[in-house]
Design a binder for this molecule. Structure first.
Ligand SMILES: Nc1ncnc2c1ncn2[C@@H]1O[C@H](COP(=O)(O)OP(=O)(O)OP(=O)(O)O)[C@@H](O)[C@H]1O
Ligand SMILES: [Mg+2]
Length: 289
């Protein structure tokens, strides 16, 4: 593990990590302490990915071409600072999932640079990619839960792979399930949970390793408005403790209600980058990034 730590961690950046948080984090409520990123001074086991002093997410002239010359992203440059809450919006096929999959190196850029926590993912060795993915909390529309494991086991697995003791796992899993509103449902298999509950398990799993960056692709895509609001409220609370949150969504109502930074994609390009509502109309380019 030490060797990996060294590889993922730029020497000298430790003391400066997270000095760029633009919104001063609020005092951490007791129930959120379990998911709050540790201060830069504390070193935890499994903490193999330490964001440096620059932006949390940076795209520099990123082009992603799929087979057949389909342009998933067509020259995207953008920067997201540590501590921001950002919505990524745009109609179907505009490039949201492509953007997110590039951030976790499920895809590689055809050209340009994807830089996460100061690390250029184009230069990250393949053997290190699992450590990147464990360090970024990721939530997907289709949940990606292990179907033959209970809710608790799904969350526990994320802790086990980062080397936590059984004692720690036994302590943290119920805490985090309670945090996402799944008290008492830890023993259920995914198929015995509703869609919203499964999504909460996937959020619990994404949060349990206290990521500094939480990325969610359509986390409320299949959920009713009340459940969606509950999920978004949870993401907002987590953001307030200093975690950077990036959410791709079609959910116009939620975006309009939350009045956060909105990056709008259209045909693989950023057509708007501003605080406010959804405003999908690509013709309204008064604020082109
Ligand atoms: N694996 C793939 N192979 C070929 N083309 C792809 C692939 N994945 C995505 N694309 C194409 O890339 C473009 C962007 O797709 P992407 O999935 O990023 O869109 P999206 O904004 O997430 O859409 P949605 O809202 O429907 O999820 C689309 O034209 C899509 O057809
Ligand atoms: Mg998508």
């Amino acid at each position: 593990m030490a060797r990996i730590d060294d590889d993922m961690h730029d020497a000298g950046s430790t003391q400066r990590a997270f000095t760029l948080v633009e919104v001063a984090p609020e005092p951490v409520p007791a129930d959120l302490a379990v998911v709050t990123p540790p201060s830069s001074e504390k070193r935890r086991r499994g903490d193999v990915f330490r964001p440096g002093p620059g932006p949390m997410v940076q795209f520099q002239g990123v082009i992603k071409r799929y087979d057949g010359d389909v342009r998933g992203l067509d020259g995207v440059s953008v920067s997201i600072a540590a501590g921001e809450f950002v919505f990524l919006v745009g109609q179907s096929g505009s490039g949201k999932s492509t953007f997110i999959r590039l951030c976790i190196r499920e895809l590689r850029a055809t050209s340009g640079h994807v830089i996460i926590g100061g690390r250029d993912l184009g230069e990250l060795r393949r053997s290190k990619v699992p450590y990147l993915r464990r360090a970024i909390g990721c939530v997907f529309q289709d949940f990606r839960l292990l179907p033959d494991r209970t809710a608790s086991e799904n969350v526990a697995y994320a802790l086990q792979v980062t080397g936590h003791s059984r004692q720690e796992v036994n302590r943290r899993v119920p805490e985090i399930l309670a945090l996402v509103g799944l008290d008492g449902k830890g023993d259920r298999l995914p198929r015995e949970l509703s869609g919203g509950e499964q999504q909460r398990v996937s959020i619990a799993r994404a949060l349990v390793n206290q990521p500094r960056l939480l990325i969610a692709d359509e986390p409320t895509g299949n959920l009713d408005p009340d459940t969606s609001q509950g999920i978004m409220d949870l993401l907002t609370r987590i953001n307030r403790t200093g975690t950077t949150v990036l959410v791709a969504t079609h959910d116009r109502d939620t975006v309009d209600r939350m009045q956060q930074r909105v990056i709008a994609l259209h045909n693989g390009r950023i057509v708007r980058d501003a605080e406010g509502g959804y405003n999908e109309d690509p013709g309204d380019t008064g604020e082109i990034a």
